[in-house]
Design a protein around this ligand. Structure first.
Ligand code: ATP
Ligand code: MG
Ligand code: MG
Length: 548
């Protein structure tokens, strides 16, 4: 494990340990199980786990499951899988719902102390009487209820006597506070809904601002790290810990959330893409979810290196998507087999090559990593090349195949285009070429040079494959125009091409990763590949103008 570079939270941790404010660092990653994790969550996961690891502390995985309507065990399981896949092991697995009884008891304590009351205003009335930044709020007419009355009503809320929305429990703080979060925030609401873990045991559920600090305190979390939009909630976090008389006192710290260009980073929107059938599921390779990135072919190493590089800041910013791509290229550069795939095949017949003969040629597996050795690839009279490696009327500086021109076939021979075969509509369907046996790759031939090198696959043994090429689902520009989000979908977000790969890849396994010469890095799709046909997802193309 590489040690992360310095950041402001790490500096606080170092200081807290040095000054003896804490004996051990305890962090938590607290997802709500209402969707799959996305690349933004990876930043929070890396930060929490790596920080604790570095100082020999602990990290809990805690599900913030206080909103039963949106939560599901499917999400719980996917989140566990994704955290593990990223390479992290939690110390304790917890659920906020483990603490429902204690949360309830602490709320009773607040009522006894005169710090909470049952309020009959509707959600809308509460919003309307909250005031604004420049105007104080108005006291609820129920603010003066006695402790006895509040204890009785809260018990009856729990017992199920009231309908959803009829009553809430509110903290009694200060309706004129300059911090709006202090204006008698709601602590509990009624929801007659089935909870994925507690079933129908509860019909009142705690709010995030109440459940989160107490859950942190119960677990002995020392550094509770969240994103910037919670900075204004910190005084309420501290108030809750203090008024509920928690023994352990966690502290909240805020960092900037991750934004990436052309990348949707909201569970609500990602869920809409799934529900509306824009994608095939949460793990569709086009999704910026951890499971989507994994299926596309990203590795945990690349994602962690990316998170390390972007660092932890106190100001929001947007990272260029090409930075994430840079890290997967870096990770696969020396690891992936470099083979040949033809995505849009055009048949080439080599007329002076003996009919029925197949020879084996040696090809290196990775030009930058000799240790990966070599493989044998067949060559014969019929091969496939890429359609766009041929032009009948090429512009200047086109160095690939055109009538009369000679090119190098990677790992094989020079060939010259002699004849173009077309169908009745004038489409090019085949080329007739000749090869020069003296030009065999590796033979040291240097009597003449050619400017173009193209890739190919021998036709009789070629393995059919689908290739999926991706573009962003939604571009940042389209989203900024203010149209409804589902109307901003990029219609070209996926292109599927049917072509061929070398025969030695016929037994490729799910998640095997290759660099296809000139096309980029591809991953064998774990769901759609069958015994008949391999499906490759393009992880990333070869080139990028970005160099961090
Ligand atoms: P979303 O807004 O996408 O629904 P969320 O914050 O509601 O995300 P949670 O499940 O509550 O989702 O998030 C768990 C943790 O991940 C929180 O601590 C949250 O701050 C962090 N997190 C979520 N999105 C990002 C992001 N884009 N960058 C960094 N951290 C994030
Ligand atoms: Mg949340
Ligand atoms: Mg959310």
């Amino acid at each position: 494990n590489k040690v992360s570079s310095s950041n402001f939270i790490k500096n606080i941790v170092v200081e807290d340990l040095k000054e003896g404010h804490v004996q051990e660092i305890v962090t938590r990653f607290p997802p709500e199980p209402n969707g799959y994790l996305h690349i933004g969550h990876a930043k929070s996961i890396c930060l929490n786990f790596e920080l604790a690891d570095e100082f020999k502390g602990r990290t809990n995985l805690r599900f913030d499951d206080t909103n039963p309507v949106k939560e599901d065990t499917e999400y719980v399981e996917s989140i566990k899988e994704d955290v593990r896949w990223l390479g992290f092991d939690w110390d304790d697995l917890r659920f906020a719902s483990d603490y429902f009884e204690e949360l309830y008891n602490r709320a009773v304590l607040l009522i006894r102390k005169g710090k909470a009351y049952v309020c009959d205003l509707t959600a809308e009335q509460i919003r309307e009487t909250r005031g604004t930044l420049t105007q104080p709020g108005q006291d609820s007419p129920y603010r003066g209820r006695t402790v006895e009355e509040n204890l009785d009503l809260f018990a009856r809320m729990r017992a199920g006597e009231f309908k959803d929305g009829e009553k809430v429990l509110r903290a009694k703080i200060d309706m004129a506070s300059p911090n709006i979060n202090f204006r008698d925030p709601v602590l509990y609401r009624i929801a007659h809904a089935h909870h994925h873990r507690t079933g129908d045991a509860w019909c009142i559920y705690p709010m995030y601002d109440y459940a989160h600090p107490i859950s942190d305190a119960i677990e002995g979390i020392t550094h509770s790290i969240c994103t910037l939009e919670f900075a204004d909630h910190r005084p309420l976090y501290d108030w809750t810990i203090a008024e509920c008389e928690m023994v352990d006192v966690p502290k909240q710290y805020e960092f900037a959330r991750l934004n990436i260009t052309n990348t949707v980073m909201s569970k609500r929107k990602l869920k809409a893409l799934v529900d509306e059938g824009v994608v095939t599921g949460w793990d569709d390779p086009r999704m910026p979810t951890i499971s989507g990135l994994r299926r596309k072919g990203y590795t945990p190493e690349a994602i962690r290196a990316f998170c390390r590089e972007i660092g932890v800041a106190k100001a929001n910013s947007t990272v260029d998507e090409r930075m994430l791509e840079h890290f997967i290229r870096e990770d696969l550069k020396l690891k992936a087999l470099r083979t040949m795939a033809v995505l849009q095949p055009l048949k080439v017949v080599i007329t002076n090559y003996p009919e029925g003969q197949v020879e084996m040629l040696e090809a290196e597996n990775n030009a930058e990593n000799e240790e990966m050795g070599t493989r044998q690839i067949p060559f014969s009279r019929e091969i496939y090349i890429e359609q766009d490696d041929f032009m009948e009327d090429p512009p200047a500086k086109y160095f690939r195949l055109f009538p009369g021109n000679e090119v190098r076939l990677k790992h094989a021979y020079f060939i010259t285009c002699q004849e173009v075969i077309k169908d009745a509509d004038g489409n090019v369907i085949e080329l007739r070429c000749t090869y020069d046996p003296a030009t065999k790759s590796g033979s040291g031939f240097n009597a003449r040079k050619v400017k173009g090198t193209i890739h190919w696959v021998e036709a009789s043994q070629a393995v059919p494959a689908d290739f999926r090429l991706y573009e962003p689902l939604i571009t940042s520009e389209a989203e900024e125009e203010g149209k409804p989000f589902l109307e901003c979908i990029n219609p070209n977000n996926q292109q599927v091409l049917q072509g061929f790969v070398e025969p030695n890849m016929k037994d490729a396994k799910s998640h095997d990763k290759f660099q296809f010469f000139r096309h980029g890095y591809f991953n064998v799709d774990p769901k759609d590949s069958t015994g008949e046909k391999l499906v490759f997802n393009r992880i990333v193309s070869l080139k990028s103008s970005f160099d961090p």
